[in-house]
Each structure stands twice: as structure tokens, then as C-alpha cells.
Design a protein around this ligand. Structure first.
Ligand SMILES: Nc1ncnc2c1ncn2[C@@H]1O[C@H](COP(=O)(O)OP(=O)(O)O)[C@@H](O)[C@H]1O
Ligand SMILES: [Mg+2]
Length: 290
């Protein structure tokens, strides 16, 4: 059997594998998990060098922003496909406070994923004001932030969870959790193990995704999302692939993390989930409805 450390070294020696996956789709789930832009992935510099280059520009959030993690006013997102224009978000106002649990509730096509992509700095608004963790991202008099700076803000503040767990099939649970750190050259296997303990998977650390149940795979994904100590967790239909009992267990885990101070924005069409959170934002055709 290959030991954890050997396997981690193995990936380290093959950064091209990770890079090629990331480059494949600049906005793929994996690139979000690794907090990478296409630029950061394709440039010959390591991502830690890329991070260092923007360090000086990215200081702590101003005091005025404390308490509010996301502030969106009149947020608009228009997708253009040739001559076709799709107004996916049409003037959305949202505030997410530190430690708040918010549910974005809506049918398919309502604009939930689009909202999470904007909050997670994976896409830029077409119009409106957006501030994330005290950083003005868009709005009047807001200068255009380079991708590397968005990566930095994302890495320091945001974790992502998806309906499909997007675990690397050839890596163990521990290595999957460690992957974002590994990518930045700061692998911390002990911390990855501690997070797996935290999500109740202390007994599954060397298992690969195919050797885990759906609920267990999502727990690995939750642990991975926590590796950078985010303030905000963005979860896109995180229980959509799970049976009711497993859904409830994963939701309970979110509840515990939220009680520990983590703000969560969870997108779902599941009204049962929505009943259990602080704030429900009901989206319909890109607008908030009552
Ligand atoms: N990249 C894109 N290009 C064009 N249209 C898109 C794109 N992403 C989403 N849309 C459209 O925007 C609308 C909102 O989509 P989305 O935010 O994914 O909704 P939800 O997550 O609530 O199902 C839908 O009509 C969808 O077809
Ligand atoms: Mg969606």
C-alpha cells in the first residue's frame, strides 16, 4: 500500500496533471476549489508566487465592513451567447452577515448558481455593486480587480461545495482535503486529518472516493472547503445527490459549522432545507420574490 506521504509527493512531482485539469476549464469546479484563475494556472510561476505578488495589494478589510461578508446591491448578470442575451440576475439586493446561514431557494434556472458564482468571485457582475469580505468588487468608482487579486480574496475567505463532490478519484480522502494547500506548496497532512476527524471521517482517511458513500464523499468535500479557514461557505445544491437521511446528516454538519461561526450561503430547490436556516432568499427568474 502506498503511504499518504508517498502519494502526496507523487502529486507534487506531477503538478502538470493538476495544472492541465485546472486549465481545461478556467471556471471549472476544481479551479474554484483550488482558488485559481486561468492566468494563475497557466503562468510558469507557482501559485504561491502569484499569491505573493498580490499580497501587498490585499490588506485586511476596512473596519466599516466588519460584520457584513457580502453586500450586493442592484446586482445584474447578463450572459451573452451570440446575439442572445440572458438576464440571469436582474437587480438583486442581498446582505450576508458573518455567521449567518442563508438559503437561496428557487427552481432550476432561477439564478442560484449565478449568484454563488458572483459571491465566490468566479464571475463578474454585469452591473450593480458587490462587496465581498470588505473588498469592493464592482460598482461605481470601483477599479477593475485583476484575476490574481480575486483569487487571493477567494482563497482567504471562501470555500465551495458542489452537488457533484468533485473529488480526485486517485487520491485518498486526506490527500483530497490537502489538495488546495498542496497546490499552493503548503501541504499540511495533519490539518487535513484533523478536518476529516471534524466532519466525522476519522475512520476513512485512506479511502479513495470510490470506496466512500455519497454522504462520506460530501463530508470529504466539506473538509476540503474548510482547509483555508474560510469565513464564508458557498454550497451549490450540496444535498441534491443524497438520500433524505444523508441529506439531513450533511445539513446537520452545516448547522454545526454555522454555530461555530461560519457563514453559509446554500443554494437549493429543497423547501425542507430552507425551513431550517436563518434567512431564506427566494429567487425567481433572476429576481428576489417574497
Ligand atoms: N454561462 C452561461 N451562459 C448563458 N446562460 C447561462 C449561463 N449560466 C447560466 N445561464 C442561464 O442563466 C439562468 C440562470 O441560471 P443558473 O444561475 O444556473 O440557475 P439555477 O442555478 O438557479 O438553476 C438560466 O436561464 C441559465 O440557462
Ligand atoms: Mg444551479
Amino acid at each position: 500500500m502506498v503511504s499518504n506521504n508517498t502519494a502526496v509527493m507523487d502529486i507534487k512531482e506531477k503538478p502538470g496533471i493538476i495544472r492541465s485539469i485546472v486549465c481545461d476549464r478556467a471556471r471549472s469546479p476544481l479551479s474554484r476549489i483550488l482558488s485559481l484563475s486561468k492566468d494563475a494556472a497557466t503562468h510558469s510561476s507557482t501559485s504561491s508566487e502569484c499569491v505573493a505578488s498580490v499580497m501587498s495589494q490585499t490588506k485586511d478589510a476596512p473596519a466599516s465592513a466588519l460584520g457584513v461578508l457580502v453586500k450586493a446591491e442592484g446586482l445584474v448578470k447578463v450572459y451573452r451567447r451570440g446575439a442572445e442575451e440572458i438576464r440571469a440576475l436582474d437587480g438583486v439586493n442581498v446582505r450576508v452577515q458573518q455567521g449567518e446561514f442563508v438559503c437561496l431557494l428557487g427552481h432550476s434556472g432561477a439564478g442560484k448558481t449565478t449568484t454563488l458564482n458572483l459571491f465566490g468571485l468566479m464571475d463578474r457582475p454585469s452591473d450593480g455593486e458587490l462587496t465581498v469580505a470588505g473588498h469592493a468588487i464592482s460598482g461605481a468608482d470601483v477599479s477593475f480587480l485583476p484575476e490574481a487579486k480575486l483569487d487571493m480574496i477567494r482563497r482567504e475567505n471562501i470555500g465551495f461545495i458542489f452537488q457533484q463532490f468533485y473529488l480526485m478519484p486517485t487520491l485518498s480522502a486526506t490527500e483530497n482535503v490537502d489538495m488546495p494547500l498542496l497546490w499552493s506548496g503548503k501541504s499540511d497532512v495533519e490539518r487535513s486529518r484533523a478536518l476529516l476527524e471534524r466532519v466525522g471521517l476519522g475512520h476513512r482517511m485512506t479511502h479513495r472516493p470510490a470506496e466512500l458513500s455519497g454522504g462520506e464523499q460530501q463530508r470529504v468535500a466539506v473538509a476540503r472547503a474548510l482547509i483555508n479557514e474560510p469565513k464564508l461557505l458557498l454550497a451549490d445544491e450540496p444535498t441534491g445527490n443524497l438520500d433524505t437521511r444523508t441529506r439531513d446528516a450533511i445539513f446537520d454538519l452545516f448547522g454545526e459549522l454555522n454555530k461555530e461561526g461560519l457563514a453559509i450561503v446554500l443554494a437549493t430547490h429543497d423547501t425542507e432545507i430552507a425551513r431550517r436556516v436563518d434567512t431564506v432568499i427566494h429567487l425567481q427568474e433572476g429576481r428576489i420574490v417574497d
